[in-house]
Design a protein around this ligand. Sequence first.
Ligand code: ATP
Ligand code: MG
Length: 395
Amino acid sequence: MKRIITLKTRITVLVGIIIILIAISLTGISISSANYYFLKNNMDREIIENENSDYINREKFIESVNKENNIGNIDVRIKAVEAQKNFSIQSIIVMIGIIIAGISGTYIMVGKALKPLSQLSDTVHNINDQNLNKRIDVKDSKDEISSLAKSFNSMLERLEKSFANQKRFSANAAHELKTPLTTIKASLEVLKIDDMPSVEDYKENADIVEESTNRLIKIVDDLLKLTSSELVDFNDEIHLKNLFKEISSELSFRIESKGITIDLDIQENNIHGNKTLLYRAFFNIIENSIKYGKRNGYINISSMLDKDKIIINVKDNGIGISQDDREHIFEPFFRSDKSHSQQIKGSGLGLSIVKTIIDKHDGKLSVNSEINKGTEFKVIFNRRKILDLEDFKLK
Ligand SMILES: Nc1ncnc2c1ncn2[C@@H]1O[C@H](COP(=O)(O)OP(=O)(O)OP(=O)(O)O)[C@@H](O)[C@H]1O
Ligand SMILES: [Mg+2]
């Protein structure tokens, strides 16, 4: 059954019952002790009992008692009895007054105390996925309702972050899926355009389609793992030189068509991590160097060991990034005005994916750049974590 009695009414009723019980008991105790002190003997009781009979009878009764007992101070006794009666009536009136005042006071105070709770409930009621950035006004007190509001605000913060993560994931996923899908589409179109494709053409394009499909499956798999709290396998052994060679060969068409020279200065280092993710991270950085690089420019990729660190640099002599923009380039969808004005295509997701992947590998990503001179991305991995397979544990 649905509760229709409000908390305010329930508390008031409960406190009201307690007040009534206490008031009745106290009044009862004081009336009976007054009885004890006021009414000296049975005669006084008879006076009280006879009060209920009519006035004439009462007068007669007093006369007869006076004659029989010859008690001179009967008037004093009667006054005492009347005072006791007045005291009882007054006590009952005061008791009723206390009960009414107590119950109304409780009702008003409970109402005031619960007001923030009803405000909280209104705010909670109005929050949906569109306005998760809303927060409840927390008063500067340390009571339970303030602490409830604080807990609720921190829950909202966590929810907001988690929603933002989900949104970013969808956007990242779409971006990452686009590249292999475009490759598949291009391969199919090549076959379509050719009137008489040979078996070799079919084979070549089928290989490309298969490779892209496998990449799609792996990316979806890894991205799902990346955003969830599930474990991602970081135990692939990656040969850095080969990794950069693979990336350069995938980008070879774009490198050549822009007349860019790639200079690889990689020490023979093997690292451990998730190969698909690291491939994607460095691919995105190098792709940017080509996109935002000068025609006939250069890209210098180097890696070196420094004590317990492995440092990887990707340097170009391209258009550069302003200081203001450098603070935002790792945010999803951020693109500098220069990229827009030069009509360089992109969605601004590449570097936010890089950052997520490097963070997952406990690495550090930084950028150094000067407008019209070039940009240098630096990735630093902790050598012990990334090199020492025996010490390397799944995250
Ligand atoms: N090497 C670089 N030289 C100059 N500007 C760069 C370089 N790398 C990144 N940027 C700037 O940082 C912005 C964000 O880069 P990011 O890779 O995230 O997105 P994008 O390249 O615009 O699009 P895409 O999602 O296709 O990668 C770019 O729009 C560009 O303005
Ligand atoms: Mg990019």
